[in-house]
Every structure is written in C-alpha cells, then in structure tokens.
Design a protein around this ligand. Structure first.
Ligand SMILES: NC(=O)c1ccc[n+]([C@@H]2O[C@H](COP(=O)([O-])OP(=O)(O)OC[C@H]3O[C@@H](n4cnc5c(N)ncnc54)[C@H](O)[C@@H]3O)[C@@H](O)[C@H]2O)c1
Length: 348
C-alpha cells in the first residue's frame, strides 16, 4: 500500500468516526427531547389528576419528632392506613401521648426516646428498631427547632442545636435506614423542610440556612438514587409555610387573610398525598412555589421590596414560639438513649 492510499483510508476512518459521533449525539438529543416531553406531560397530568396512592399496609414508617405537631399528626394518619409506626422523640411524655392516641385507634406502633441531634443516640436506637420492629421502609425526618433571634443575638450553642436537629440529623438517620431500602429497592425518605428553605425569612438565619440545607440534601439524595438506578426508593421534600403547631406562635405576615397559618391536619393531609403518590416536592400553600420561582428571575432588590410589602421583614417580630417551652425543659433532661442502653433499660 502506498503512502497516498494509507492517508486516504485514515481520512475516511476519521470522517466516518466524526459522522458516527454526530449521529449518536443527534440520537441523544432526540431521546432527551422525548424524555423531557414525557416528563412534562406526566407532570401536567399529575397537576390535574392525582396518581394512584400506594398501600402502607406492610410498611414500617419511622417519624422523628413524633411527639407534637406535624410529626404526631403524620403518625396518626399513617397508623390509620395500617402501617406499623415507629415514634421517635426526645420528649418522652409527648411521645407516649402520641402512642396512646394511636393505640386508641387500634394502630400498630412502637415508641422510642431518641435525641436525633446526637449521632450515637440515632445509631443505637436505629439498631434497636431494626431488631425489635424490622427494617424501616419509610423514614420521615420531621423533628425541627427554631430560636427566632437576630444573627448577633443567637447564643452559639443554639445555632449549633439548630443545625444538629434540623439538618445533621438527616444524615445520621438516612445513613442508618437507606442501605436496607437500597438492598430491597423499596423505600421512601421524606424530609420536612420549609418554605423558609426556599425563600429566606428575616431573623431566621440559622433556621433558614438549615432548611436550605434540607432542600439541597433531598435534591442530591434523589439524584444519587435515580442516577444509581434505585427506582424503587423515593424521596419527598415537604415545604410548608407557617403551620399552627405552636412552633411559630405569635408570628404573622402583613396580610393574614391572604396567607393565614395553615391547619396542621390540612398540611399533613397534603404531605401524606405527596408521600403516597411518590411526589418529589410538595409546597403548601401553592403560593410558596410562586415565591420560590419569582426569586429565580427577579432582581434581588425587587424581590426584597415585594417580601417587605408582604410582611416578611416583620414576620418574626412578635415571635413567642412554644408557650410551654418544652424544648428548653427537655434540653436539660438526660434523654439520651445511650444512657438507657448502658443501664439496660428499654425505651418508652
Ligand atoms: N410549624 C411551622 O410553621 C412549620 C413550617 C414549616 C416547616 N416546619 C417544620 O416541620 C417540622 C415539624 O414542625 P412542628 O411545627 O410540628 O414542630 P413542633 O415543635 O410542634 O414539634 C416538633 C417535635 O420535634 C421534637 N424534637 C425537637 N428536637 C428534637 C430532637 N433533638 N430529637 C428528637 N425530637 C426532637 C419535639 O419534641 C417535638 O415533639 C419541623 O422540621 C419544622 O421545621 C414547621
């Protein structure tokens, strides 16, 4: 073969390779357009018609912060759907009350004292749950705290507490229960974030930062599951606005008749529907989506003026929080299960 024919064949091979690359790229674009159109169509259909809800009969649902508010109501609703409910709260008395409410409904439930802000406590109690109840198939990270002060007024330990309860706890609980879900390709991780995890609120630097973290955590966890091919393990991020559980007692927006505090039951019903239909994100009320969307394209100053007009700047001024201060009282209690385990005492 002479030099010219070698050059010709190499040139043909190169052209062929480039044509092949272009065809496969064009194919990728066609597939991308098809999948995007399909996802859009499904999302639009989903907006008007709820998909079928899944059964909870054989599920083990663990709820953190089940002793009060949203967590308690979620526990009651899941037990009504015949799920086995596992209650975790640092407040033993409050958790017993939730347990009694479920028992009165003939529900199946197990309650444990667990301070989710203590990594060792989470690991130990998770082991006990696996042994005594079984593998958790639905994990609801709900426990949360707020202190509601200006950045310069928050004591260091309260800032750390906010992050340990609202965000870091999600890492410890999820890392305990996700492996068995992945192994069976069956499960659901639900994180209760907040509208304040999408749009910032005045005097809530620590709370908003932790809840923005919850949004990011859930988003990336979902990527890991989807890109890892674990299509049977789902995630849901719930972002409610002000709910009347007492956590934000005293707070109000400028036009409460337009955006009144949400009823706990209504909020929980909406979150339940999202979980039962494997919805990825649920915001209540719907105006939360609108504010989060506006933020992405409006100039920062314009958004600030709108938020100020709506009363976001003064929302926390009349903050009282939980009247009975049950966080503070339980904060001082030696509630760690590690202590109980050392003394061989069983949980609640
Ligand atoms: N109430 C609202 O307006 C509102 C709005 C948006 C999001 N949220 C979020 O919803 C979730 C539930 O809020 P809620 O209003 O029901 O709160 P809540 O104060 O009524 O109940 C929280 C429960 O979590 C428990 N808890 C606190 N720290 C804990 C810890 N370290 N370990 C274990 N349990 C702990 C408490 O004992 C309590 O039973 C929170 O994550 C909160 O941030 C609440």
């Amino acid at each position: 073969m002479n030099m010219q024919s070698i050059l010709d064949s190499e040139l043909f091979a190169l052209i062929g390779y480039h044509i092949q690359l272009k065809i496969s790229f064009a194919l990728e674009i066609i597939i991308l357009l098809y999948t995007v159109m399909k996802a859009w169509t499904l999302a639009i259909i989903r907006f008007f018609f709820n998909p079928r809800t899944k059964s909870m009969k054989d599920e083990i649902v663990l709820i953190t912060g089940s002793g009060h508010g949203i967590g308690r109501q979620l526990a009651v609703e899941f037990s009504k759907l015949s799920a086995t409910v596992v209650l975790w709260d640092k407040d033993e008395e409050a958790n017993i009350t939730t347990r009694e409410m479920i028992k009165a409904l003939d529900g199946k439930c197990h309650s444990y004292v667990c301070d989710v802000s203590v990594k060792e406590d989470v690991k130990k109690v998770a082991e006990i749950v696996c042994r005594e109840v079984g593998d958790v198939t639905v994990l609801i990270n709900n426990a949360g705290v707020v202190c509601g002060k200006n950045l310069l007024d928050i004591p260091d330990e309260l800032i750390e507490r906010t992050f340990r309860v609202n965000l870091l706890a999600l890492f410890w609980t999820t890392r305990c229960f996700l492996p068995s879900m992945i192994e069976k390709n069956h499960g659901h991780i639900v994180n209760i974030g907040s509208s304040a995890g999408l749009t910032g609120m005045n005097k809530l630097t620590d709370y908003c930062a932790s809840k923005f973290g919850v949004t990011g955590f859930t988003e990336v966890l979902n990527y890991e599951l989807v890109f890892g091919g674990h299509d049977g393990v789902h995630t849901t991020l719930a972002c409610p606005a002000h709910v009347n559980t007492g956590m934000f007692e005293g707070c109000k927006l400028r036009f409460p008749f337009l955006m009144p505090p949400l009823e706990t039951q209504v909020t929980v019903r909406r979150i339940m529907l999202a979980i039962l239909t494997n919805q990825k994100i649920v915001c209540t009320p719907r105006s939360v989506y609108f504010f989060a969307f506006m933020k992405t394209f409006l100039p920062v100053d314009v958004m600030q003026h709108i938020l100020k007009f709506c009363g976001v700047s003064t929302f926390m001024d009349s903050f009282v929080g939980h009247q009975e201060n049950h966080f503070q009282s339980s904060e001082s209690k030696p509630c760690s299960n590690v202590e109980q385990l050392k003394s061989g005492k069983k949980s609640v």
